[in-house]
Design a protein around this ligand. Sequence first.
Ligand code: ADP
Ligand code: MG
Length: 317
Amino acid sequence: MFFKLNNISKHYGSESEGNLRKVLDGLSLEIKEGESIAILGPSGSGKTTLLNIMGTLDRPDSGEVYFRNDTVYSGKNNIDTHALNPSNQPQPGIISTDQIAASKRDPDQNHAVSKSIFPADVKSELRSVTKHDADSAHSSQKVAQPDAESLFAPEDNLVNFSTQELDTFRNEKIGFVFQMHHLLPQCTLFENILIPTLTIRDKRIRAERLERARELMIRVGIWEQRDQMPGHVSGGESQRAAVVRALINKPALLLADEPTGALDEDNVSKLALLLLEINKTDGVTLVVVTHSVALATRMDTVYELKNGKLRIKDLKA
Ligand code: ADP
Ligand code: MG
C-alpha cells in the first residue's frame, strides 16, 4: 500500500449561516504504488477538494491521509531526495503560491519574478544544457518494489504534519497538473519547467534536473519550443510543458485535475497517452480527475465521486 485516505470529511460554510456544504463525507480510498486511477463525478461533487486533500494543499476536517513511498529510482539519475532538504528547513528562494498568484495579476511583476528567480549561474547552466546533443539523452526509470502490504504508522499520517513539513513533502513527492496549465506567462517554457528546481542547492542534483528537463521536453515534443513564452505556443504544448514541470522533481504521485478540459480532441488523446506512458514506464502513480470517458477507461481503476464518497464505476456496464 502506498496511499490511503481513511474516513475523510470536509465541509464548507456553516449551519448557523445557513450555507453548510458537506463536500466529502466519510470518504475512503486506497491506492497501490504505480496504480492509475480516474475520478469521475459531476461539477461541484468535490473532485478538486479531494485532489487538494490528497496533494496536501488542503486539510480534511477529520480522517487520516497516509502516505508511504517505497519506490527507488534506478539508473543514471539515481538521487537521494532527502539531500534536497535534509534538515526540513524552509528553503530560501522558494516560490510561494502567493508569488505565483501575484505574478498572474501584475504583468510587470512577472518580469521581476522571471528575472529574480533565475540567478546568473542558473541562466548559464540553462544555456549549457541547451547546447548538449539531443542524442546524449538518457532515460531514468523507476522500479517499484514488491508491494509490501505494510501497515501505516502514525508518523505516516500527513494530517499530523506541520505546514512546513507538508511544503517539503509536497515539493518532493507530489506533481500537480491543472485544467489550465498555470505557466508563468513571462517565463519561457524551459524556465517554467525549472521553477520547481530553484530551491535545490546541490549543484549535482540541479545539473541532473536540467538534464531531466531536456530529456522530458524532447520526449513530449516541446524541446524546439523551449525558448517560447506560453502565450506563443499552442494549448496542447503548454499543457505538455505543465506535465513536464509536474514531473521534474520525480514525484511519486501525479495528481491531474481535468488536465484535458481545455484541449481539443487531438490534444486530449495526445495528453492521455502521455500520462499513461509516464504511469507505465516511469512508475509514477497517477490520479486523474476527468470528464473524458475515453481517458478514464484507460486507467486501472475508475471511481465516481457521489454524495461525498467514492464508489468503483464499471464503465463497461
Ligand atoms: P468539483 O471539482 O467536483 O467541481 P469542488 O471540489 O471544486 O467540486 O467543489 C465542491 C463543492 O464545494 C462545490 O459546491 C463548491 O462550490 C464548494 N466549494 C469548493 N471550494 C470552496 C471554498 N473554498 N469555499 C466554499 N465553498 C467551496
Ligand atoms: Mg474541480
